[in-house]
Design a protein around this ligand. Structure first.
Ligand code: NAG
Ligand code: NAG
Length: 424
């Protein structure tokens, strides 16, 4: 994980899984006749099958201090190749075009200063021609509402915010709250940002807090295309409160297609250093050291693929163009910022934090920021975004404030504590 140390002084849904004790004692042999088993053990068999699909046979496995097992899987055995359209796919080992000029391996690899490792790096590295994949555990799947929903956002509740929505209540009802900056009304071929990394507190395991870039295509209807990347704390998805790097994609508004990380086939990873879904460490501390990560997502306008790069040194891989409808051409909207789930525990607003848990006006070292936000234009150039809008459902709970200066380009502070006297 590329995390730059900033040395400047201040200038999903309730998943209830009832695990009957009998499951624990069920041997595999008794599961083979699943059709005759009560529904509960059929579910167990379903879970095991799903795990077998997701967890590819590793060349090597690395135990991370946070409890994760990182499997180094041969690059040609990654989940992407379960996709029927990718059966004969020839992996592209590097992008043709890069928004900062033609892709130049030497230039890129020399800029790995100020990078820190993902937590699992202390225990080893993945060999060349493999990619690191966070192993899915049985518990991970059991925390989901169903095997099918594991690794997916709940579509009824996670439609990204629509600043111009005709019905502004939609977001409030779904319980998802945002504090974002956005641009729309043009054709976008990518976006970049450097985002401050924190570990916001989550009140309930079924809630999450994330900070990310959205690359959006189409309307906010049933066929919304979205590519998303950033960091998140999601107890239901990962079983802990760690801040983790994540990606997400969907081509039908979070319904049937897409998933987090590599939890379905689609994204093709080429990098052997960075594991999606793995913990980011260290994270920023209040009035103390600040850490941030840079994410660039851009379209290779020749091949059509959407690429992702972390920091200056890590090209992670790409989403093939055929996964999408609108995004097969270009994006129509870019959003940057935070999202939390407010499940209104006890009928009150959640105290799940967004960003650092502090409001924007507190500024550097206290509030979380996105800086140097940029978009990629038709000429494959990184540009300052024009006419940046902001949106938040309830500014008294989570807010956003934009600004610009020569150091940080266009930036914004965002976030908040959730429940407080002005956000009951
Ligand atoms: C996550 O944090 C919550 C409080 O914010 C705590 O109750 C819970 O035990 C933590 N979970 C883990 C797995 O550490
Ligand atoms: C969301 O609900 C709150 C509280 O009911 C209200 O003050 C706010 O205006 C709503 N926001 C939107 C965008 O509807």
């Amino acid at each position: 994980m590329a995390v730059a140390y900033v040395s400047r002084s201040p200038k999903k849904v309730l998943h209830k899984v009832v695990l009957l004790p009998i499951f624990i004692f069920l041997g595999l042999s008794s599961l083979s006749c699943a059709a005759r088993q009560p529904p509960a053990s059929r579910q167990k068999l379903q879970v095991l099958k799903h795990l077998k699909r997701l967890n590819k046979t590793p060349v090597k496995s690395i135990q991370s201090p946070d409890g994760d097992m990182i499997d180094c899987v041969h690059i040609s055995h990654q989940p992407a190749f379960d996709h029927p359209f990718l059966k004969d796919h020839k992996i592209q080992m590097r992008p043709n075009y890069h928004p900062e000029g033609l892709y130049d391996e030497n230039r890129v690899s020399n800029e790995r200063e100020n990078t820190i490792k993902q937590l699992w790096h202390v225990s080893g590295t993945c060999p060349e021609d493999t990619i690191p994949i966070r192993r899915t555990k049985e518990d991970d799947v059991l925390r989901a509402s169903s095997v099918k929903r594991y690794g997916k956002k709940k579509h009824t509740s996670v439609t990204p915010i629509t600043p111009n929505s005709a019905d502004p209540d939609v977001d409030n009802e779904s319980g998802h709250q945002h504090a974002i900056a956005y641009v729309e009304g043009d054709k976008y071929y990518g976006a970049k940002a450097t985002m401050n990394v924190w570990e916001p507190k989550i009140q309930q395991p079924n809630e999450f807090s994330l900070s990310q870039i959205w690359i959006l295509g189409g309307s906010f209807g049933e066929d919304l295309n979205s590519i998303e990347a950033g960091w998140q704390v999601s107890p239901d998805l990962y079983g802990d409160n760690n801040t983790r790097l994540f990606t997400y994609w969907t081509s039908d508004a979070y319904q049937a297609t897409g998933c987090y990380n590599l939890l379905c086939s689609g994204f093709i990873q080429i990098n052997n250093n960075i594991a999606m879904g793995a913990s980011i460490s260290p994270v920023s501390a209040f009035r103390n050291s600040q850490y941030d990560i840079s994410i660039l997502i851009w379209k290779d306008q020749k091949e059509g693929n959407w690429w992702m790069q972390l920091g200056n040194g890590y090209v992670l891989g790409y989403w093939p163009s055929f996964l999408f409808s609108y995004l097969a051409d270009s994006a129509s909207m870019i959003e940057w910022g935070g999202e939390v789930v407010n499940s209104e525990p006890d009928g009150q607003h959640t105290s799940t934090q967004m960003g650092s848990g502090r409001f924007p006006e507190e500024g550097f070292g206290k509030a979380s920021y996105f800086r140097n936000i940029q978009v990629v234009d038709k000429e494959n150039q990184l540009r300052s975004p024009k006419d940046i809008g902001t949106f938040t459902e309830q500014a008294n709970c989570y807010d956003v404030q934009t600004g610009s200066n020569s150091d940080w380009g266009h930036y914004f502070y965002y976030g908040g504590p959730g429940r407080n006297p002005n956000c009951p």
